[in-house]
Design a protein around this ligand. Structure first.
Ligand code: SF4
Length: 72
């Protein structure tokens, strides 16, 4: 079984259209780039073009960890 993290929330960090940009908080969205929109989005954003990704990554996990550290 794969890590359960990832495929639950439909956020940019769990979408197949993202790639790293300013790790771990902002990602580069290929869909927005193709639509000539600003491709830099927050890892916790989302949109109706969200698609499940094929491979797990650690973006959301790491962003949540870092956010947790900042609050302390
Ligand atoms: S903006 Fe939409 S298409 Fe782009 S990464 Fe986020 S959810 Fe996916």
């Amino acid at each position: 079984m794969t890590r359960k993290s990832a495929s639950v929330d439909k956020v940019c960090g769990n979408c197949r259209c993202h790639n790293t940009y300013e790790y771990p908080y902002n990602v580069f969205c290929f869909t927005k780039f193709a639509d000539r929109e600003n491709p830099v989005v927050s890892i916790f954003d989302g949109c109706d073009k969200w698609e499940n990704k094929l491979q797990d990554c650690f973006c959301v996990e790491d962003a949540l960890k870092k956010q947790g550290k900042k609050k302390k």
